[in-house]
Design a protein around this ligand. Sequence first.
Ligand code: FAD
Length: 401
Amino acid sequence: MDLHSGLAYWIVKNELYDYFHPLKTDFSVDVAIIGSGITGALIAHELCSAGIACAVFDKRTIATGSTAASTSQLQYEIDVPLSEMVGKVGESAAVMAYQASLQSIRDLESVFKETGVRPDFKRVSSIYLASDKRGLNMLEREYDIRRKHGLPVGFLDAGTLFSTHHIEGPGALKNREAAQMDCYKAATGLLKHHIKKSGLSLFSHTEIVEYKERRGGYALLTGDGMTIRCKYVVVAAGFEAGKFLPRRVMNLISTYALVSQPVEPSQLWPERCLIWETAQPYFYMRTTLDNRMMIGGEDVEFRNPERRDRLLRWKIRRLEKKFKGIYPEIPFVVDMAWCGTFSSTDDGLPYIGPWPGRKRMFFALGYGGNGITFSMIAAQLIKNKLKGIKDERENVFGFER
Ligand SMILES: Cc1cc2nc3c(=O)[nH]c(=O)nc-3n(C[C@H](O)[C@H](O)[C@H](O)COP(=O)(O)OP(=O)(O)OC[C@H]3O[C@@H](n4cnc5c(N)ncnc54)[C@H](O)[C@@H]3O)c2cc1C
């Protein structure tokens, strides 16, 4: 399956990490990580840092799955608002998920500081706009419950929203705990760092086509007929993880993104914050360090890559119109556009940990609009599991929740 198509900005901006290194012999390692996107890269980082021997395998060129298509906004706010999540998973689990998400942005920042990898990580504010009266009512409930649990949040009424952010709308939530980055640069940077520093083995163009449980671990078979023997497998295969799962746990969605030509910094909106809205499917926007605007959304149910791609031109026009509805005075000229495949779960939470009964196969499935923050949580949870460290977050994100 093509995970995205069109011109994904990050690969053009950074240049492709042109690393062709398929596995050509049988191989043994303690932990085999399937997938070299941001999830696989963060897991490799956590394991290497903890002294656990691991290797990463990817069937494509490194990090060219969903990671290359991501608009890379980092928000503690999950697709399912806290006020709704409480009804799905209970108050304490929902609050723990939100707190874990908040912490994960700080942890990502620390990872880049520790390693010296510079993926254009930048702290920014996040504005959650009410699209209409119904959205405003929801935001009021959301504000109350987040305040009750000490989560960072402020409320902007219509007047304040206009005077401080020049947006006409019924109101918004704001927090200063968000960030943005370049997810492709982060994944490739972390992998390169650990190849050099920790002797990490990285294999591209190596598809895992079959797996067999054996005493003390797994034997993985590659498309070229090589066998990888390992004690543990970590499936960080993104939206293609289904082949390793006994049953489907996510819904696939097609999503669209555009980046504008650069503008003068003075033409951009106040604080260059992340902006998203309560309407479904939602629209979101951010800026880049080189003064472009990146916008996205218009999600629809995924049927096949052909249908997703056919809709691209129409979706570009709709996204541009949405942008103009918020900031009509800012000139937005589309430079590149792409579409990607995305996924969601019914409760808005990722699936992290072993499938019940398979103690040596861990999944790191950061589905939803917060995929990257979930990847950070997954990397820590899996490292802790391998180290025998109890982590209370496992009950919130595990398959048996
Ligand atoms: C347009 C778009 C915008 C997004 N915006 C945001 C955002 O603003 N914030 C956010 O947090 N998230 C966002 N996301 C989601 C986020 O990008 C993803 O959650 C994240 O990139 C997933 O990373 P991953 O490493 O799990 O998956 P991927 O990057 O898809 O990596 C999985 C890898 O596994 C490999 N693989 C699969 N099967 C096999 C196999 N059998 N053998 C070997 N290799 C295999 C694939 O080749 C792939 O490289 C967005 C996604 C899209 C598409």
